[in-house]
Ligand binder design. Sequence first.
Ligand SMILES: *Cc1c(COP(=O)(O)O)cnc(C)c1O
Length: 437
Amino acid sequence: MALPLTRSKALQRRAETLLPGGVDSPVRAFRAVGGDPPFLVSAKGAYLSDADGNRYIDLFGSWGPMLLGHAFPPAVEAIREAAGHSASFGASTAAEADLAELVQLCFPSIQKLRFVSSGTEACMSAIRLARGFTGRPFVIKFEGCYHGHADALLVKAGSGVATFGIPGSAGVPNETVMHTLALPYNDLSAVEAAFAAHPELVACVILEPVVGNAGTIAPLPGYLKGLREITRKHGALLIFDEVMTGFRLAPGGAQELFADELGGAPDLTTLGKIIGGGLPVGAFGGRAEIMDYLAPLGPVYQAGTLSGNPLAMAAGIATLRSLLEQRETIYTRLEATTAAIVEGIARLAVERGIALTTNRVGSMFTCFFTPSAVTDFTTASHSDTAAFARFHRAMLERGVWLPPSQFEAAFVSTEHGPAEVDAILAAAAEALHEVQK
Ligand SMILES: *Cc1c(COP(=O)(O)O)cnc(C)c1O
């Protein structure tokens, strides 16, 4: 069963002569799963359409932003309206404070924030701010957590870096990462040990409070609370990278979902993806006392020509407004739809005797081709990536587009419903059969 991809193949060959690998972000090239990537021409709700007229149920949601589905009408309308008033001014507009207020409604821990144009920028800037505020050099991150591609954070990062099996990246000098400590996720004793080894030198601990970039991994009970306690004890800042989880797991992200067991909010939070409704937006924010260390008030420099871009703010405002208006219904729906998909796939795997571990938190999930529990990057990397590649290809051929790597989370939108669940499970029933061949 092969997809008709004549036009996509031709477009890929052309792109390869102009763009390295034919792509602007490595994972789009499908190297981890093989085959040619379909070229997309449009998408609506839960469905993607490619240049050859194939249709797919979307389970990667533009890597997270499309919580409310593609071409979400209020966002489309807001972008059209804003575009008519100029795409950019390079001066302040009321829309920035409007979106900031909405973010604050979702995240009470964010007293002040700054908008940037990507999740990478948000994390890079939050780290600089944490170092500036504490006057300390070291950053603790966790293996398999991805915080964008800034030099200092490309150490044992997940996502594309994990997909390609390279420990970091060429072009990053040792001196740049010598203050980055990468520890195993879900292991508090490793964090205690790192603080003991570098007393009063750790500026911050940054993490994905639910990991998505090594595939989906939940924090073990007590883990987030433990990190809050340890960082507080040692005068280091706790940074939640909620670029993926923010607005997805709850309006207030993982810090809302796990509020009861957290024992205090993070000092800083980074956001991206959903916050821009598909346009390039990131943000970082937190306690006002820390945020006021930023220029022009404070000594930590940070800037951006297109930061707070009017089109991006308009898309973000339309998205967050709708999400807040429907908060009573959308998260229950996302939970039910995603549970039906994941439990269905798990049941099919059991019936076929395939060793599959399914991890799910809200509308994020991953099917790891391994018999054992996945709680950190090491256990994730025991997965059979060749089996995943066969599964991915077989699903794509049946009209279901999963993220093209074992080490990425799949995403469900509010536009996915019972019909899509049935179609996904029908495809999975056949695709799992192909995995065994
Ligand atoms: C996607 C992601 C980033 C990077 O965001 P970009 O917009 O791709 O630069 C950072 N952190 C997490 C947790 C992410 O999922």
